[in-house]
Design a protein. Sequence first.
Length: 114
Amino acid sequence: QVQLVESGGGSVQPGGSLRLSCAAPRSIFSNNIMGWYRQAPGKEREVATITSGRTTTYGDSVKGRFTISRDNAKNTVYLQMNSLKPEDTAVYYCYLKTSLSEYWGQGTQVTVSS
């Protein structure tokens, strides 16, 4: 069973930063779409950012504050989150899409609170 292993969530004050990591099996990491979704309490899951390697898109609410990057040597994608706001509080899910299937991480909690 394919597993996406997330890490890096936690609690931070408004204005702070966090970096999330998501490691994927080498066999499916390369040349596939990866990204991060998030789900706040009582809300639907929404895309934070998606990248194909060539094209990257960000949700309007995170543009200019979040940055996705990938390290192909480590089969890992990162989400750098800066200038965090209380409304960024959510469970963040790593996402990977191949031509055959989609995969999700287990989710990592990010809490922004003073």
